[in-house]
Design a protein. Structure first.
Length: 117
């Protein structure tokens, strides 16, 4: 996007644009959330992922690819912001649900084992 004087109107890099708008604190916070979502995606992907999890992973992939050149990470008037928040929260919820089910199964197995002894 060129301005009236021929200069570029934005950073043409999502991370750099975020840095210019929010500073290093904003970049660090966003990266912490994004990398946590990647870790959650890997955890969910290893455990028979549902179609919703695959959609969340595809949104993360879209965010990463679209911000390589000329993207914006946090633009309030952009659908990408809404999709990224949905993906971050959805993956976190899926991980907590999977961990709860695993813990519940282990407790039931322990109770069944104690009853048989």
């Amino acid at each position: 996007m060129l301005s009236e004087h021929g200069a570029i109107g934005y950073a043409e890099n999502g991370v750099l644009e975020l840095w210019l708008e929010l500073g290093i604190v904003g970049v660090v916070l966003y990266m912490l959330v994004f990398f946590r979502a990647i870790r959650d995606a890997a955890y969910c992907f290893m455990r028979k992922p549902s179609p919703a999890v695959m959609w969340y992973i595809s949104v993360l992939f879209f965010i990463a690819v679209s911000n390589i050149e000329g993207g914006k990470l946090l633009s309030t008037s952009d659908l990408g912001l809404i999709l990224s928040i949905i993906a971050f929260v959805g993956l976190r919820r899926e991980v907590q649900h999977a961990r709860f089910q695993t813990k519940y199964k282990q407790q039931n197995e322990n109770v069944a084992f104690i009853e048989t002894v």
